[in-house]
Structure formats: structure tokens, C-alpha cells
Design a protein around this ligand. Structure first.
Ligand code: HEM
Length: 501
């Protein structure tokens, strides 16, 4: 035998023995942990083969088999899925702080200024500082009510535009966050409305997408799905836009000097950044990342919810009848519904809850990450595990909800269940430390836009289309909109002079 080949063979044998020992050692190490039940993972991909184009649906099916706490493996990472009220409470309340981390996904890096926004920032000093600012500055009751006139004007504008639900939330959020509609020709547009909408749609899609490299990091460089290329392209457009917005705000501040008053959320962020005693200094990239978060968080959700509501109502016209009876009784037909009327509209509020139950905008919340080892229900959830709270399954659990797949607002009449993160059977905004900070505004916009849409118009399907033909498919991203946009024919319900036409 050639001596070199002999040495090689010995070395190979040695390596093989070492690998075998390591594998045994790892297996034994793993055995000490009692992981929740789940399907057996494949090498390299883990259980990714079981996840289809609508991941929340695949995970719902798996949860039916493996139960309310389930262990999966996405590539190299362990994933724990909570699919019952008790488990949601354990993850989001009892052990909230241990699970308040976020995984470092590629989209947070490439489209969110290297994790500087709220959504993808790690739990810590910076995150705590900006969440506090959300509470005291951005979403305080005072700030929200100071922007009521914007929502009122845009509700009227919607009535003129008629065909575009999305333009309502786009315009409301642009004006509240950025101070003006950068898409409005009359206001020195720098981007077309369609392009702005396309950019935000792409941002939400790429933020929620299952990018292979986020699960199998050594494959990230291949970018086999092309998502990273899309993220980088998107970021150039987003950054150009946000830089322009920021420059304009800084210029206005400098021009007005002491006469300057903060009127929108970018102004508030800039003022906040100037405070000398901040724990973490806010640079330009932080301001841009936070602005982007507010745009993305606020823009999509309420229009997605309005579209699902109308789709459900087409299938059950008696709901429209009951809602308009309530609106006509409480408000009459001589004026538009206002935000102050909402507490007197229990049926409209019940519709809003029911649509957020049946069509949660974020059906598995935004993934969290375990920052330490935790034991739940006798199972070990190890540090670094990615956490999905499967509210889509909880909100349709037949043990909690009668006829769970039926759209039935009546179930909330006289019920004390709310959406603010205390009732774990209904968590459209999440719960605990990472609960949606924009929820006071989100609820307000959803309820008042639904009330306006139902008060102002009779809704009909286009000629030749039947309610049973309505498509109920979804697209998966950071939000879950209808796959095929709803088309409808509308006619005014109120006297003509109220429409400014
Ligand atoms: C109906 C409207 C809305 C719904 C259904 C909704 C839903 C959610 C959900 C489910 C989460 C994840 C919570 C978790 O991880 O546990 C979230 C997070 C977030 N939302 Fe909302 N949201 C809405 C409106 C808004 C608005 C209006 C804004 C801001 C203008 C906003 C900004 C955010 C931000 C920044 C986060 C990340 C929080 C963090 O990671 O600490 N959302 N939202």
C-alpha cells in the first residue's frame, strides 16, 4: 500500500470515528431536553418541506396533529409553536420577557436599516426607549386625537375616490406620519401613488417572506429565491424617499426656528432625537427606520381589514342590514359618523372584532426569539428557539368559538372579550411586551372606516357575480391580504349634499 494512501485512510478513519462520537454525544446531549412533540426533521432542511406557500395554513394543519405546543425545525433553527389560549398565555404573559427577542431575519438587515426599526430591533435599551416614546409621544391619546381632522378629511376624500379602500389608510398614515401626501400632485408629489403603494406592498411582502437563508444561513449567499436581490433594490427606493422626507422636515425646522411646532410624527421623532438624556442616541438611520415602521405598520392593516369585512358582508347581507339600522338609529342620515360616535355603535365594533378574529392580519404574530432556556408545560424551549404564536388557530378553535368558521359579529354582542391583549382567545394585535404599539390608532381607524363605508354606501357585487363566487384566498407576507382584490359597485346611502360632489 502506498504509505501516503495509508496515512490518508487512517486519517479518514479517525475523522469518521470522531464524527460518529460527536453525533452520539450530540444525540445524548439532546436527549436530556424534553422538546415538545413535532414531526421528525430531515437533515439540513428540518421540517421546511412541510411548509407550503401559506405557512400559517400548513402550521395550522400540523398543530391539529401535534397539539397546542409543537416543536418544528426550520433548517438549522428550532421553532416552537403555541396554538392554544393556555400556551399563548404562557409565551406572551408568564414568560413574556424571555420571549421578547426577535430573530435576525435578512429583511430586517437589508430593508430596515440593519434592525434599527421597532419591529426587528432586539429587546434591550434601544427598543425600550423607542417603545416608551411610542406610548408617551406617538400614540398618546392627545396625539391621536390631534390628528382626528386628518382622518375626517380623508374619509371624505375616500367618498370621492370611491374605488380605492387602500388610499384611505395610505393617505391617513402619510399625513399623520409624514405631514403630507408625498403622492399628491397638488402638494409637490415626489412619487406616484401607485409606486408608493407598490413599495409598501413589497416591503410587507419581503418582511414576512420565508427566505431560505434565514433558516439555513450557509445558503443565504445563493439567494436562490431572489428575495435578497429584491430587498436591496427596494431599499434603494425606500431610502431615497425617506431621505427626501427627512431633509424636508429638517429644513422646515431650521427655517422656522423657535416658531417651529411638531405637527407630524417625523417632527416628533426629530424632537425626541434632540433630547440630551437619551439612553441610545438616535441618528438619521434610526429616524428613517422608525418612520418606515410607522408607515408600514399603519398603512396596510386597516385597508386589509376593510376589504375582508366587505367580502364577508357580501356573503351575509343581513349583517349589512343590521349595521346600517344601527348607524341610522344612532347617527341618522343627515351627517357622517364621527370618532366620538364609535362607543355608541356596538354592532359596528362587533363586526370589527369578528373580522380580526376570522382574518387576523398577522396570523402567527411576528416571530419572537427565546433569549434564555424556558420550561413550559414540562417541555424545554431552548435559547435561540424561534417562537410562533398561532393566533389564526386559536381564533378559530372550536373549543372556544361556536361555529368558528362562520362570520358572526353577534357573538361579540354582550361579550367582554376585547382585542387589547388581555383576552388570549382574541389577539389580533398580539400581547405582552411586543404587543402592537399602534393598536389604539389601529382600532380607531378600523372601526371608524368600517362605520363610514357602511353608513355611506350600499355595496353590491359587479353584475353577473354571485356572493358564492367570491374568492377567499390569501397572500402570505407580514400581513395577510386577499389574493384577488375585491371589486364592488357602490351607491350613496346618504343625501347627495353630504358627498361634496
Ligand atoms: C388594525 C391595525 C393593526 C393590526 C391588526 C396590527 C397588528 C400587529 C401585530 C399582530 C404585531 C405583532 C405583535 C407581536 O409580535 O406580538 C404588531 C406589531 C407592530 N405594529 Fe401593529 N397592527 C396594526 C396597526 C398598527 C399601526 C397603526 C402602527 C403604527 C403606526 C403599527 C406599528 C407596529 C409596530 C412598530 C410593531 C412592532 C412592535 C415591536 O416589535 O415591538 N401597527 N402589529
Amino acid at each position: 500500500m502506498d504509505p501516503l494512501t495509508g496515512t490518508h485512510a487512517l486519517a479518514l478513519l479517525g475523522i469518521a470515528l470522531l464524527l460518529l462520537l460527536l453525533a452520539r454525544f450530540r444525540r445524548r446531549g439532546r436527549k436530556q431536553h424534553n422538546l415538545p412533540p413535532g414531526p421528525k426533521p430531515w437533515p439540513i432542511i428540518g421540517n421546511l418541506n412541510l411548509i407550503g406557500p401559506l405557512p400559517h395554513r400548513s402550521i395550522h394543519e400540523l398543530a391539529q396533529r401535534y397539539g397546542p405546543i409543537m416543536h418544528l425545525r426550520f433548517g438549522s433553527y428550532p421553532v416552537a409553536v403555541a396554538s392554544s389560549v393556555e400556551m399563548a398565555r404562557a409565551f406572551l404573559k408568564t414568560h413574556d420577557i424571555a420571549f421578547a427577542g426577535r430573530p435576525k431575519f435578512t429583511s430586517g438587515k437589508h430593508t430596515n436599516y440593519n434592525f434599527k426599526n421597532i419591529t426587528w430591533s432586539q429587546y434591550g435599551l434601544y427598543w425600550r426607549q423607542i417603545r416608551k416614546m411610542c406610548l408617551t409621544e406617538l400614540f398618546s391619546a392627545k396625539r391621536i386625537s390631534s390628528h382626528e381632522y386628518i382622518r375626517k378629511e380623508e374619509m371624505q376624500a375616500l367618498i370621492l375616490v370611491k374605488d380605492r379602500l387602500a388610499s384611505l389608510s395610505l393617505n391617513v398614515i402619510s399625513r399623520m406620519v409624514l405631514g403630507r401626501k408625498y403622492t399628491d400632485e397638488k402638494e409637490d408629489a415626489i412619487i406616484s401613488r401607485d409606486e408608493f403603494k407598490r413599495i409598501l406592498d413589497e416591503l410587507l411582502f419581503l418582511s414576512g417572506v420565508y427566505n431560505i437563508g434565514d433558516h439555513i444561513p450557509w445558503l443565504n449567499f445563493l439567494d436562490s429565491q431572489g428575495y435578497i436581490r429584491r430587498m436591496k433594490k427596494l431599499w434603494v427606493k425606500l431610502d431615497n424617499f425617506l431621505q427626501h422626507v427627512l431633509n424636508e422636515h429638517i429644513e422646515r425646522r431650521q427655517r422656522l426656528e423657535e416658531k417651529f411646532v411638531a405637527t407630524d410624527l417625523v417632527d416628533v421623532l426629530l424632537e425626541f432625537a434632540d433630547q440630551p438624556d437619551l439612553d441610545v442616541k438616535l441618528e438619521r438611520d434610526n429616524i428613517k427606520a422608525l418612520t418606515q415602521d410607522l408607515l408600514a405598520g399603519g398603512m396596510e392593516s386597516s385597508s386589509v381589514i376593510a376589504e375582508w369585512t366587505l367580502t364577508e358582508i357580501f356573503r351575509k347581507p343581513e349583517i349589512f342590514k343590521r349595521a346600517t339600522e344601527e348607524l341610522d338609529r344612532v347617527i341618522g342620515k343627515e351627517r357622517w359618523v364621527e370618532e366620538k360616535d364609535i362607543p355608541n355603535l356596538p354592532y359596528i365594533r362587533a363586526i370589527a372584532k369578528e373580522v380580526m378574529r376570522l382574518h387576523p392580519v398577522v396570523p402567527m404574530l411576528i416571530p419572537r426569539e427565546a433569549m434564555e432556556d424556558v420550561r413550559i408545560d414540562g417541555y424545554d424551549i431552548l435559547k435561540g428557539t424561534r417562537i410562533l404564536v398561532n393566533i389564526g388557530t386559536i381564533q378559530k378553535d372550536p373549543k372556544i368559538w361556536e361555529n368558528p368558521n362562520d362570520f358572526c359579529p353577534e357573538r361579540f354582542i354582550g361579550s367582554s372579550i376585547d382585542v387589547k391583549g388581555h383576552d388570549f382567545e382574541l389577539l389580533p394585535f398580539g400581547a405582552g411586551r411586543r404587543i402592537c404599539p399602534g393598536y389604539p390608532l389601529g382600532i380607531l381607524v378600523v372601526e371608524s372606516s368600517l362605520a363610514t363605508l357602511l353608513q355611506g354606501f350600499n355595496w353590491k357585487l359587479p353584475p353577473g357575480m354571485k356572493a358564492r363566487d367570491l374568492d377567499m384566498e390569501e397572500i402570505f407576507g407580514l400581513s395577510t391580504p386577499k389574493k384577488i382584490p375585491l371589486t364592488a359597485v357602490i351607491e350613496p346611502r346618504l343625501p347627495a349634499h353630504l358627498y361634496n360632489i
